[in-house]
Write a protein that binds this ligand. Structure first.
Ligand SMILES: [Zn+2]
Length: 365
């Protein structure tokens, strides 16, 4: 038995499209039952229009499907426009004929191998989601999901699913389709945007004190804007955690500016998380300029919280909730609100008891 997967790539004027189709084919092939022996992708031209592909483009496309998609044969829909005369098809076929021995050898030498590389994550539920808000569910991925496949144009090898990846590319749209278990699993390892987050920390450490000393230092302000953008880029993927849940609540209940509230609770939350994110907090300590070479991971992680406090003091940041007019008697109720904030779901250390949050609020009161 055989399968003839397809994917809708009709014109080689936008070469990235062939990467998308190769990955989509690969996903289809991975879902096939074991008894399917022959996998023969359709390599097609747009019906009823002039030929959208050159012979060379078609040959490169063929190689991609053999390499990336686990296909073991090739099929072509060449004569489907009627706009070209027979000699045109003859020249197409003669080029493919020249490539044929290469295709055959390639298949022989790669028999039994599996495509690996970065997995552009797409949640299992993703295809059941509506293409637009309030739309009907449809069985096609949104183009915005496919845009993560553009990583392949950077030369990163792409893996069609989680079977043999060396890492994951997780776009915000893809994250919408993940179950919580899938999201937790993915985010438990290294995240490619950790680098953005860590560099944002470095830029803030260097430039925040400068701006506080001289608010007219445009270069330092610009660096802070870059830091804010990089940090935002990273937490679109990794999400924010308990510090934000606690800060959102104080903002709504007591009009505390979000940045100030985040800052006040952050060192306490970092310490609260220490046994669940020691490695990453140690990296944060390093980005804050702490020499962690002689420290164990836990000590290094705790030193990150100390370094954040030190920077806040240097920048004249309020250090306690009493400084920003939060009433002490409101803290227990604020904890109940904070535990219901979605950011709390993404905290490194699972939070199940509002009493723990109340204790954190009180520690920084
Ligand atoms: Zn926030």
């Amino acid at each position: 038995m055989g399968s003839r997967p397809g994917g809708g790539y009709y014109c080689d004027h936008s070469p990235r499209g062939v990467l998308w189709k190769a990955l989509d084919l690969a996903r289809q092939v991975r879902a096939l039952p074991a008894e399917i022996q022959m996998v023969c992708p359709e390599i097609e031209n747009f019906p009823h229009a002039a030929m959208g592909k050159t012979a060379h483009g078609t040959s490169v496309e063929s190689a991609w499907y053999l390499a990336q998609s686990d296909c073991n044969s090739l099929s072509y829909a060449l004569v489907c426009s009627g706009h070209e005369d027979a000699s045109f098809y003859g020249s197409q076929l003669s080029v493919l004929e020249k490539w044929a021995p290469f295709f055959e050898r390639y298949l022989r030498e790669n028999e039994g191998t599996t495509p690996g590389g970065f997995d552009p994550v797409m949640g299992r539920e993703h295809l059941k989601r509506p293409a637009r808000d309030k739309g009907t569910p449809m069985g096609w991925a949104e183009p915005s999901v496919l845009s993560s496949y553009g990583f392949a144009t950077l030369g990163l090898a792409m893996c069609p699913d989680g079977v043999s990846p060396c890492g994951a590319v997780l776009g915000a749209e893809a994250a919408r389709g993940l179950t919580e278990a899938e999201a937790r699993h993915l985010l438990s390892g290294a995240v490619i945007l950790d680098g953005q987050a860590l560099h944002a920390i470095r830029l803030i450490r260097e430039n925040l004190p400068r701006v506080m000393t001289n608010p007219k230092d445009e270069k330092a302000r610009n660096q802070l804007q870059i830091a804010a953008t990089m940090a935002g880029w990273a937490f679109t993927i990794a999400q924010v955690g308990l510090a934000h849940a606690m800060a959102h609540t104080l903002g709504i209940l007591y009009n505390v500016p979000h940045g100030a509230a985040c800052g006040i609770v952050l060192p306490a939350v970092m310490r609260f998380n220490v046994d669940f994110a020691a490695d990453k907090l140690a990296l944060a300590a390093q980005a804050m300029g702490v020499n962690i070479a002689e420290m164990d991971a836990r000590t290094a992680a705790l030193s990150a919280a100390d370094a954040v406090e030190k920077l806040m003091k240097a920048a004249g940041h309020p250090m306690r909730l009493r400084d920003v007019n939060v009433p002490e008697e409101g803290l227990d109720m604020a904890a109940f609100h904070a535990i219901c904030d979605t950011a709390a779901l993404f905290n490194a250390r699972p939070v199940g008891d509002p009493g723990e949050i109340a204790a954190l609020y009180k520690a920084v009161y």
